[in-house]
Design a binder for this molecule. Structure first.
Ligand SMILES: O=C(O)CCC(=O)N[C@@H](C(=O)O)c1ccccc1
Length: 366
């Protein structure tokens, strides 16, 4: 499949409400989209890097630069789906930028051959359960109202962002209000240290599904030590950037659950490798989110339909973050999202809506 050229498109998507985590507050998503153009089809990829390098070292402007100067020039003239990762391997890091490029090439290939991403990846389900991520709020009453609203919408699992000073109290309040059966988990985004182990052990009384990334992303050994001093299962997110990291985490007993984010790990092929590895070791995985538009969301929902994704992911409906998505919106149906069945990722941007949020476009001929 000969690539004619690649469009880099920057869009600005206002969030329906500020989204606060332990590393900052988002009010708008600065998204880098890729469109790969071939004579047979066009493919889309969404780079999940944030505006600033706060979740990881990547950021949207940097991803655009590394794509323009290094990754796109490294592509062979006719890259097949598996050739992209090999061609980009000599370039260190930049996994989110690489993921966007690999996904756009894969999407074009699948649209040309008429196969859905779900079928290509090996999905076994036609719909996936939707969890929702709830940010740090200004007060417990505000948090309880937000959780009540999401439960009314049908979400089957609640994830609460936590940080020192906002952890035991909000978790206790949610447990007391919504009962012991509510599937509930927390995400610290690396806000704690091993010295906080006794404090984190106090979360054990709440019967949480897991605690996500309590310690720093490069603290695999410390997570293993923490895992021996708390009962709540540890899930890693930022620490897992490749299948090798998942293998190391499993062998060290640093986690018992993995949050798979295709952008973080360099694409959907690596995401599937991590899924396969974890499944072989009996480690549950779920699909994380990076506030994707319908482009990234569609691909994530396809991934979440693989058999090893046994926990609800952060695959929320479009309206969780956007009043108007750039694709037909993903809507919850009985707490689930339907897996797209069309060729490739199965959705496309709506041109008029895409133009409304477009900040810049750049065409790179190949
Ligand atoms: O539902 C979503 O897409 C977001 C889920 C979520 O909480 N993502 C977190 C995370 O650390 O996993 C995040 C938020 C903001 C920026 C990056 C990551």
């Amino acid at each position: 499949m000969k690539i004619t050229g690649i469009e880099l498109r920057r869009i600005a998507m206002p969030l329906v409400a500020p989204f606060r985590t332990s590393f900052g507050t988002e009010t708008r998503r600065d998204v880098l989209l890729l469109r790969v153009v071939t004579p047979d089809a066009e493919g889309w990829g969404e780079c999940v890097a944030m505006s600033a390098p706060l979740y990881s070292s990547e950021y949207a402007e940097g991803a655009a630069d590394v794509l323009r100067r290094f990754l796109i020039p490294a592509l062979p003239a006719r890259p097949g789906p598996y050739a992209v990762n090999e061609a980009l391997h000599p370039i260190k890091g930049h996994r989110m930028a690489k993921a966007a490029l690999e996904t756009a090439v894969l999407d074009a290939h699948l649209r040309a051959t008429g196969q859905s991403l779900a079928a290509f990846l090996g999905a076994t389900r036609s719909r996936v359960p939707a969890g929702v991520s709830v940010g740090i709020m200004n007060s417990v009453p505000e948090l309880l109202d937000a959780v009540a609203g999401y439960l009314d919408e049908g979400y089957v699992r609640i994830k609460l962002k936590i940080q020192p000073g906002w952890d035991l109290e909000p978790v206790r309040a949610v447990r007391e209000r919504f009962g012991p059966e509510l599937p509930l988990q927390v995400d610290a985004n690396a806000a704690y240290t091993l010295a906080d182990a006794p404090h984190l052990a106090r979360l054990d009384e709440f019967g949480l599904l897991l605690i996500e990334q309590p310690l720093a992303d490069d603290d695999m050994v410390q997570h293993a030590r923490l895992a021996r001093s708390i009962r709540t299962p540890i899930c890693l997110d930022e620490s897992i950037e490749a299948a090798e990291h998942a293998a190391a985490a499993i062998s060290l007993d640093a986690c018992s659950v993995v949050n798979i984010k295709p952008g973080r790990v360099g694409g959907y092929l690596e995401a599937r490798r991590i899924h396969d590895l974890c499944r072989a070791h009996g480690v549950a995985v779920w699909c994380g989110g990076m506030l994707e538009t319908g482009i990234g969301r569609a691909a994530n929902v396809a991934l979440a339909a693989l058999p090893g994704f046994t926990l609800p992911g952060d695959t929320s409906g479009s309206r969780r973050y956007y009043s108007t998505d750039i694709t037909p919106p993903f809507e919850l149906e009985d707490g689930h999202l339907t897996v797209p069945t069309g060729p490739g990722i199965g959705v496309e941007p709506i041109p008029s809506l895409l133009d409304e949020v477009t900040v810049a476009t750049e065409w790179i001929p190949l």
